[in-house]
Design a protein around this ligand. Structure first.
Ligand code: NAI
Length: 704
C-alpha cells in the first residue's frame, strides 16, 4: 500500500495522503509527499496541485509514537523536521491547494500553511495543538500562522493549542474558501480557477504582523494569560517566545530557532508525562479478558435511583448523550429539588453560550421524573445513586432484580461499599457492576467501572462502551474498599491532616501541593466537599477502628464545633458570602490547643516533607493496589488521578511521578518515613520488588 497516491484530473494534479488512521505525518509520509509533489511539478500537463487526505482527516498531526522513540533516544531527532518538505511545497512554481476536512492539527496545519491556498469543509478543525502534549509547533507553525491569521490570534493559537473551526479560519484568512459540496471535486475546480495566478508564499506575507509599537503589549498579555490558564506549564510560554523571536529574525533563522525550542520541549519531563497520559488514556480500554470484540448490550434507556448531588448529575450526563432517563426519588420534594438543580445547570450552560435553549429543552425532555417503579421493566440500565447505606442498597437491588428485564445492567454509584455484597442481594450478580462517577458528575471526566467477582464480561464491555458514549474516561477497577481513587486519596488526605497536627499550617500544606500542580490543596478541597461527610461516616463506623492506630483528629473536632467547610462559612479556612477563602487565625489557635491537648510537640515542617508525605502516600498505596490487581496498569491509576483528583497531567499521574523520581529513591524515602512515623509507611511489596529490580511502575503490568 502506498502512503501517497497521485492522480491527474483535467490539468490538476491530485495528491492523496493515505496513512490510516489519521494520516499522521511520519517521515515516510513526508518523503512520499515530497516525491509526489516533485512528480507533479515535472508533469507538463499539470498546472495546479491539490493535496488532501483519505479517511476522516486531512492530517491530524505528527506520529506521537515517533516522538516517544526520539525522546527515549531510540530514534534520531531530525534537526530540520518538516522544513525541507514545507519549503519544497511553498517554492513550488505551480499553485498548491490544501483541501482540508476533519482535523488539520500540529504538523497537519503546518503542512497546510505551506500551500498557497487552503479550502476546507465547514466542520473541519485547524490548530497548533502541540502544547497539549507539552510541545510546541516545530515545523514553522509559530512563524506561518501569525502571517495568515494575524499576530494576536496566531500567538493565542500557538499557546493554547485550541483548534478553530473552518468557518472561523475563513474569517481570519487561514482558509480561502469554504466548500459545502464534494471536497475533492470542488478543490480541483478551485485549483483550476487559480492555476494561472502566481503562487503567493506564506513566509513572504508580512502584512498581518503589525509593528513593534502595536505588538508591544501583546506578548506580555499572552504570557500573563498563559501563566494563569496553564499554570506551571512550560510549552505555552516557549511557544510565545518563538513567535516573538521570529519577528526579529529572517524566516529561515526563525524556523531554526523554533526547531531548537521544539527540541527542548520534546526532551522535557513535562512533555514525556503528557504523552504518557495521552497513551494511558487510550490504553484503559484494553482489558485482557474482555477483548474488543466482546458482545455488548445496547443502552438506549436508563433509570437513575436518587436525584441528589450525584443522581441529578448522572441523569444529565445520560440525557446529554441522548439516552432517555427515568429519574426516581422517594418523595416529591426530593424529586423537585433534583429537577431544579438540573434545570439550573442547563440554564447556566445557556447563559455561558455553551448550549441553546432548544438543546437544553430537548435534554430536559429526555429526563422523566418518577416516584413509582413504572417503566423500570423496560430500561436497559439502572444506576443507583441513593444514600451510601448497605442495607438500603441491598433492598433496592433486590427489588430491581424482581422488576427489571433479565438483561438489564444493574449499576451502583457507591463510593465505598462492596459491589459483591450489593450483588448478593440479587439472583443475577453477573449483571451487577459499579459505575463510580465523580462530583460534579456532569463535569468530571472520570468514571471508575467496578468489576464484581461475578460481573459478566459483556456487562463490563457495555459499561466501557457507555463511558465513551457519555464522554467519560472509563477505567476498570477491582472491588476493593474505596476502589482505586478514593483508597489512595484517603492515604494522601491522612498525611495532609497529620502534617497539620505535627506543626504545619493548613496554608503551608495546601500551598505546597498547589504549587506542585494539584488543582487544589487537600484541605481546601475538603472544605469544598464538606468535611462533615467523612465525619458522619467515621462516626457510623467508629466500631471498626483498629485500636492503637493513629487517626487524624482535627476534622472531627472542627465538625464538633460546626465548622463543616464552605457550606458553614468556616472549616480549615474562613469563607465570605462569595466563598472566597482566607486563612483563619482562629483555626490556628484551635489547632495549637488541640495539638497540645493531644501531647504532640509542634515542629518545623518543610515543603519537601509535605510533598513527600502526601505524594509518596499516594504512590505506596497505588503500589499495593497494583499488587492486589485492583488496577490493571500503573497508567490506569495515573488516568484516575489526572481525571478525577486534579493531579497535574504534566507530572503524568502519581505512578509516573514515582517512576520519574526513580523507584529506588522512592523506596528509600518510604523506608525512612516508616522509621520515623510507623506502620502506615510500611513499603508496599511491589515497590520494594521493582526498586530492587531497577524497574518502573510503567514497565510493570498486571494486565499480562
Ligand atoms: P445525596 O444525599 O445528595 O442524594 C441521595 C438521594 O437519594 C437523595 O435525594 C434521596 O432522597 C435519594 N434516595 C434515598 N433513598 C432512595 C430510594 N429508595 N429511592 C430513590 N431515591 C432515594 O447523595 P449523593 O452525594 O448524591 O450520593 C449518592 C451515592 O453516590 C452514594 O452512594 C455516594 O456514596 C455516591 N457518591 C457520592 C459522591 C459525592 O461526591 N457526593 C461521589 C461519588 C459517589
Amino acid at each position: 500500500m502506498s502512503l501517497v497516491n497521485v492522480k491527474k484530473s483535467d490539468g490538476v494534479g491530485l495528491l492523496t495522503i493515505d496513512n490510516p488512521p489519521v494520516n499522521a505525518l511520519s517521515p515516510d509520509v513526508q518523503y512520499a509527499v515530497a516525491q509526489g509533489i516533485k512528480s507533479l511539478v515535472g508533469d507538463e500537463g499539470v498546472s495546479a496541485i491539490v493535496v488532501h487526505g483519505t479517511g476522516r482527516n486531512f492530517v491530524a498531526g505528527a506520529d506521537i509514537k515517533k516522538f516517544v522513540e526520539i525522546s527515549m533516544g531510540e530514534a534520531p531527532f531530525s534537526e530540520e523536521g518538516l522544513q525541507p518538505l514545507l519549503r519544497l511545497i511553498e517554492d513550488c512554481p505551480k499553485p498548491v491547494v490544501m483541501a482540508i476536512h476533519g482535523f488539520a492539527l500540529g504538523g497537519g496545519l503546518e503542512l497546510a500553511m505551506a500551500g498557497h491556498y487552503r479550502v476546507a469543509v465547514p466542520d473541519a478543525s485547524l490548530g497548533q495543538a502541540e502544547v497539549k502534549l507539552g510541545l510546541m509547533p516545530g515545523g514553522g507553525g509559530t512563524q506561518r500562522l501569525p502571517r495568515l491569521v494575524g499576530l494576536k490570534k496566531g500567538v493565542e493559537m500557538c499557546y493554547t493549542g485550541d483548534p478553530i473551526s473552518a468557518r472561523e479560519a475563513t474569517d481570519l484568512g487561514l482558509v480561502d474558501k469554504l466548500i459545502d459540496g464534494d471536497l475533492v471535486e470542488e478543490s480541483i475546480a478551485f485549483a483550476r480557477q487559480i492555476s494561472s495566478k502566481k503562487p503567493l508564499k506564506t513566509r513572504e506575507r508580512v502584512e498581518k504582523l503589525g509593528t513593534p509599537a502595536i505588538n508591544a503589549d501583546l506578548f506580555d498579555a499572552a504570557r500573563q494569560a498563559a501563566r494563569i490558564k496553564y499554570r506551571n506549564l512550560e510549552a505555552p510560554l516557549v511557544a510565545i517566545d518563538a513567535v516573538e523571536a521570529g519577528l526579529q529574525l529572517a524566516f529561515e533563522e526563525a524556523c531554526r530557532l523554533e526547531r531548537q525550542k521544539f527540541k527542548s520541549c520534546l526532551f522535557s519531563s513535562q512533555s514525556k508525562a503528557l504523552i504518557h497520559v495521552f497513551f494511558a488514556e487510550r490504553d484503559v480500554v484494553k482489558i485482557p479478558d474482555v477483548p474488543k470484540d466482546t458482545p455488548t448490550f445496547s443502552v438506549k434507556s436508563a433509570a437513575v435511583l436518587g436525584a441528589g448531588t450525584m443522581g441529578a448529575g448522572i441523569a444529565m450526563v445520560l440525557a446529554n448523550a441522548g439516552i432517555a432517563v427515568l429519574l426516581k426519588e422517594t418523595d416529591q420534594t426530593a424529586l423537585d429539588r433534583g429537577r431544579a438543580s438540573i434545570q439550573k445547570n442547563y440554564a447556566n450552560a445557556i447563559k455561558r453560550g455553551r448550549m441553546t435553549q432548544a438543546l437544553a429543552d430537548g435534554r430536559m425532555k429526555l429526563i422523566t421524573p418518577a416516584l413509582s417503579w413504572d417503566g423500570f421493566e423496560k430500561t436497559d440500565l439502572v444506576i443507583e445513586a441513593a444514600f451510601e447505606n448497605m442495607a438500603l442498597k441491598k433492598k433496592l437491588f433486590q427489588h430491581l432484580d424482581n422488576i427489571c428485564k433479565p438483561t438489564a445492567i444493574l449499576a451502583s454509584n457507591t463510593s465505598t461499599l462492596s459491589i459483591d455484597e450489593i450483588a448478593s442481594a440479587t439472583t443475577r450478580p453477573e449483571f451487577v457492576i459499579g459505575t463510580h462517577f465523580f462530583s460534579p458528575a456532569n463535569v468530571m471526566k472520570l468514571l471508575e467501572i467496578v468489576r464484581g467477582k461475578a460481573t459478566q464480561k459483556e456487562v463490563i464491555a457495555s459499561c466501557m462502551q457507555l463511558a465513551k458514549k457519555i464522554g467519560k474516561i472509563g477505567v476498570l477497577v477491582g472491588n476493593g474498599k474505596g476502589f482505586v481513587g478514593n483508597r489512595m486519596f484517603h492515604a494522601y488526605r491522612r498525611e495532609a491532616q497529620f502534617l497539620v497536627e505535627e506543626g504545619a499550617t493548613p496554608d503551608q500544606v495546601d500551598t505546597a501541593l498547589y504549587d506542585f500542580g494539584m488543582a487544589m490543596g487537600p484541605l481546601a478541597a475538603a472544605d469544598l466537599a464538606g468535611i462533615d461527610v467523612g465525619w458522619r461516616i467515621r462516626q457510623e463506623h467508629r466500631h471498626l477502628l483498629e485500636p492503637g492506630v493513629r487517626q487524624p483528629f482535627i476534622e472531627n473536632k472542627l465538625c464538633e464545633i460546626g465548622r463543616y467547610g464552605q457550606k458553614t462559612g468556616a472549616g480549615w479556612y474562613k469563607y465570605d458570602e462569595d466563598r472566597t477563602r482566607t486563612s483563619d487565625p482562629e483555626t490556628g489557635a484551635l489547632v495549637r490547643r488541640w495539638r497540645s491537648e493531644a501531647g504532640i510537640q509542634q515542629r518545623e515542617i518543610s515543603t519537601q516533607e509535605i510533598l513527600d508525605r502526601c505524594l509518596l502516600a499516594l504512590v505506596n498505596e497505588g503500589a499495593r493496589i497494583l499488587d492486589e490487581r485492583l488496577a490493571l496498569r500503573a497508567g490506569d491509576i495515573d488516568v484516575i488521578f489526572v481525571n478525577g483528583y486534579g493531579f497535574p497531567a504534566y507530572r503524568g499521574g502519581p505512578m509516573w511521578y514515582a517512576d520519574s523520581l526513580g523507584l529506588d529513591s522512592v523506596y528509600r524515602r518510604v523506608c525512612k518515613l516508616q522509621q520515623d512515623l510507623g506502620s502506615f509507611w510500611e513499603p508496599a511489596r511491589l515497590l520494594k520488588k521493582l526498586a530492587d529490580a531497577g524497574q518502573t511502575f510503567s514497565s510493570h503490568s498486571t494486565a499480562a
